[in-house]
Design a protein around this ligand. Structure first.
Ligand code: IYR
Length: 230
């Protein structure tokens, strides 16, 4: 019976052979080390040059993000690439208004202390300076034919994975980015005129670093601290 069911499903949802080329062990190790070394050099940057960036670099990184695995392969993400200076200005103004309230009382002392090493404040010039501001939206549910709601599974987790790939792709392209989570983010959906099923997930200004950019002197946890082998 089980075999029968499987056969019928395979006719409706056929599989194709996996395209997989097993690398030589030495090439495999070199690729893995190279990837780690390149990613280790990624830093979050908060000051951007307004120098233009070829659009294809951003398109390719977003297409790479779109290769992320997702719950039930529903691909519950939208990436809005904001380039219009007026829209960027409005984004900045709205974000700064909210952030001023955060920094002037909405955030706890403990939170402010945790952020102190990063040097963040309510000034969000990156939203205007960076040539691209990618707004990542989570499709909380899908919209089917005649507007019916389609349940999405693990949308948040899926979008989180996609953002990881996006950041890696931008870094590979020699660009810098900031993973920015304005809070609250509701204003963004309105400003961009996005539909009700899309919830802003994060905002990623992208570009080249401004001349003289500095970053906090941070260290990453060593492997021994983040990996448990049992
Ligand atoms: N959303 C605020 C505060 C902020 C919170 C965390 I957690 C950060 O890692 C950085 C900033 C802001 O954008 O400034």
């Amino acid at each position: 019976m089980a075999a029968e069911t499987t056969r019928i499903e395979r006719v409706e949802h056929p599989f194709v052979p996996l395209r997989y080329e097993r690398p030589e062990p030495t090439a495999q190790l070199a690729a893995s080390r190279g990837f780690l070394e390149r990613l280790s050099r990624r830093r979050t940057v908060r000051t951007f040059s307004s120098e233009p960036v070829p659009l294809e670099l951003v398109q390719n990184a977003i297409a790479a993000a779109g290769t992320a695995p997702s719950g039930a392969h529903q691909q519950p993400w939208t990436f809005v690439v904001v380039t219009d200076p007026e829209l960027k200005r409005q984004l900045r103004a709205a974000a700064e208004e909210e952030e001023r309230r955060n920094y002037d009382g909405r955030m706890s002392e403990e939170w402010l202390r945790a952020l102190a090493p990063l040097g963040t404040d309510a000034v969000k010039s990156h939203l205007e300076d960076a040539p691209y501001v990618i707004v990542v939206l989570e499709q909380v549910y899908g919209v089917g034919e005649n507007g019916a709601k389609v349940k999405h599974y693990y949308a948040r987790e899926s979008v989180g994975i996609a953002v990881g790939l996006l950041l890696a792709g931008l870094h590979e392209a020699g660009l810098v980015a900031l993973t920015h989570t304005p809070s609250p983010m509701g204003f963004i959906r309105e400003l961009l005129g996005r539909p009700a099923n899309e919830r802003p997930f994060c905002v990623i200004p992208v570009g080249f670093p401004a001349e003289g950019t500095t970053v906090p002197d941070l260290e990453r946890k060593p492997l021994a601290e983040i990996m448990v082998l049992t």
